[in-house]
Design a protein around this ligand. Structure first.
Ligand code: FAD
Length: 542
């Protein structure tokens, strides 16, 4: 049994753990960071992420003439979240987020060298409840990979680096307690399984959510979504399996709202999987027709992305077998096809302005080819008859009916041909989105499906993809883990997705987006401030 020792033990080297460790080093605190993954994956999910961050009242917003304020953002957040009566700490964290995100997130990151795309995206505008009344999704220039690279780089080059020990391949399985306080943790190594024990003044859980385990996702499936679909793809961290949630619970902490998740509706199979059920989350093309498994258009209210992601998931789960199709053509695909994350956005990830502008103006041909050539969930054809035949090719799938598809396309194309005022809510919504500069350039203008100049036709089979855990370990504003009665569990802290991004679920039911990475930064900093608290900053990182 190997014995390790440190003043503070951080479990998890994702963005939340890195930020916490970085700020602890600022106060001269000794840190041991344990991660189950390989060193090359240091940075966790943030490395793979798109890098959008929710901020309020920024120069980027003012540049596009958007007036925003914490009051407006909080009102949006509260409506979208639909907090329950008992959600005391989630509400407090929501308030903390909107009031502090720009000072303790945006400005801090900028001081470390992070840059943001000049036009914020307008996502989650709200459908039956109000969502973002302003664009707030600030994309890191370089995606989440740049965010992780800069923060990990700062940590590794810190003047107090000697006070930091990093251990990879260490799977933490349980917490250790003495005298009523958490004093350490224990587990085994990934290779060889050699056991270890780590002792410290306190433990910070930064081990991510539960959505990396499809079994846990299904076991905690929200009642609003009925029975979980048989196929749910994995869009989370392979080690985000809830082991540390169980350990925290065993140590006395309350774990709340695990049935609240931010899953997406348009997952497709990764053709080079790095984990079981590995999925990619498409940004669903807005001008595509969204069909159920039989090929009928989902309605009467059509599905359109950009308003309420949870609603999309709910509507698809209502219809067995819980997957859907999107029908489009090449012209729409070139303009609107996108995948969330660093892997399939090379021009943004590698900070290539020219390539980025070319893709925006001429269409993203590289992505079109990658997806249509490699992804098993894409089928292409020159006629609806041939397309439906190919849609029905996979054995065991639900039967797509040609007459359903034909009818959906005929009606839609007819409405497009008639022009405005639109008799179709999807076209109305597209017109609304196109009034914002940031969306106009990425959204086709009222495009017919059977347009001979826009061929071939494309059908994409889309599954629910599990992504973020909105619930987690209940914490106060100092990130101290709280027990069922609301008292701190001595020696135990939780940050990032493990803590439901603050309070055990600061998003309530729905997220305004970009609040995940932001929540990791804010909780990581808050925990470090509370732990390193009284000591004066010895070395500033900024
Ligand atoms: C493709 C993609 C795109 C995304 N885009 C965005 C976006 O644009 N905006 C946004 O806000 N969010 C986005 N997210 C979500 C965001 O990236 C995550 O919510 C966030 O990075 C979680 O960080 P974390 O530090 O809490 O946890 P993680 O990144 O999950 O890190 C947890 C770490 O803990 C380790 N660990 C787990 N279990 C153990 C154990 N038992 N012992 C030791 N170590 C353990 C893991 O190896 C991992 O390194 C995206 C996510 C993905 C996958």
């Amino acid at each position: 049994m190997e014995s390790l020792k440190s003043e503070v033990i951080v479990v998890g080297g994702g963005i939340a753990g890195i930020v916490c460790a970085l700020e602890l080093l600022d106060t001269g605190t000794q840190v041991l960071l344990l991660d189950r993954d390989l060193e090359e994956n240091f940075g966790g999910l943030a490395r793979e992420s798109f890098g959008g961050m929710f901020f309020v009242g920024t120069p980027e917003q003012r540049r596009v003439k958007v007036a925003d304020s914490p009051e407006l953002a909080l009102a949006d957040w509260r409506e979208f979240a639909q907090f329950g009566e008992d959600d005391h700490w989630p509400r407090r964290w929501a308030e903390y987020y909107v009031n502090q995100c720009t000072e303790r997130g945006y400005r801090w990151l900028k001081s470390l060298g992070i840059r943001f795309f000049p036009i914020p995206h307008w996502v989650e505008r709200g459908l039956h409840t109000r969502g973002n009344s302003a664009p707030r999704f600030h994309l890191v220039w370089g995606t989440g990979r740049e965010l992780a690279r800069v923060l990990a780089g700062r940590l590794l080059a810190h003047p107090m680096r000697g006070r930091l020990e990093l251990r990879f391949g260490c799977r933490v399985e349980r917490l250790l307690a003495a005298g009523g306080a958490v004093t350490g943790c224990a587990g085994g190594t990934e290779v060889g399984g050699a056991p270890f024990e780590a002792q410290g003044g306190c433990v910070v859980i930064a081990a991510g959510g539960i959505n990396g385990s499809i079994e846990r996702v299904k076991a905690n499936w929200h009642a609003d979504w009925g029975t979980p679909p048989e196929t749910i793809l994995n869009g989370s961290h392979r080690y985000a399996d809830g082991t540390l949630h169980d350990a925290a619970r065993a140590a006395g902490a309350a774990v709340t709202h695990l049935d609240r998740m931010w899953n997406y509706a348009a997952g497709v199979h990764h053709w080079r999987p790095r984990k079981p059920h590995h999925g990619l989350s498409l940004v669903p093309p807005r001008s595509a027709l969204w069909l159920d498994a039989s090929g009928a258009r989902i309605g009467p209210q059509p599905l359109v992305t950009g308003f309420d992601t949870r609603e999309l998931v709910t509507r698809i789960c209502e219809r067995p077998p819980g997957y859907s199709w999107q029908l489009l053509n090449r012209r729409i695909a070139l303009k609107e096809l996108a995948v969330s994350g660093a892997e399939f956005n090379p021009s943004i990830r590698d900070k290539k302005w020219l390539a980025f502008a070319r893709d925006l103006l001429l269409g993203n041909r590289w992505l079109y080819q990658e997806l249509t050539r490699n992804c098993a969930d894409f089928v292409l054809a020159d006629s609806l008859e041939e397309l439906v035949e190919k849609m029905n090719a996979p054995a065991g799938g639900h039967k797509v009916r040609l007459e359903n598809v034909r009818e959906a396309v005929r009606r839609y194309d007819e409405t497009v041909r008639e022009g405005p005022p639109w008799r179709d809510e999807q076209l109305e919504r597209i017109a609304l989105m196109r009034t914002y500069r940031g969306d106009r350039i990425r959204t086709a203008r009222s495009q017919r499906i059977l347009d001979p100049g826009a061929m071939p036709l494309i059908a994409i089979r889309e599954f629910i993809i599990a992504r973020k855990s909105l619930g987690g370990i209940r914490t106060d504003l100092q990130c101290r883990a709280l027990d069922e009665g609301g008292a701190p569990v001595p020696g135990l802290y939780a940050v990032g997705e493990a803590a439901g991004f603050g309070g055990g679920g600061m998003h309530g039911l729905r997220a305004l987006e970009g609040t995940f990475l932001g929540g990791c930064v804010l909780t990581g900093r808050a925990a470090a401030a509370a732990i390193g608290g009284a000591s004066r900053p010895a070395h500033r990182t900024g």
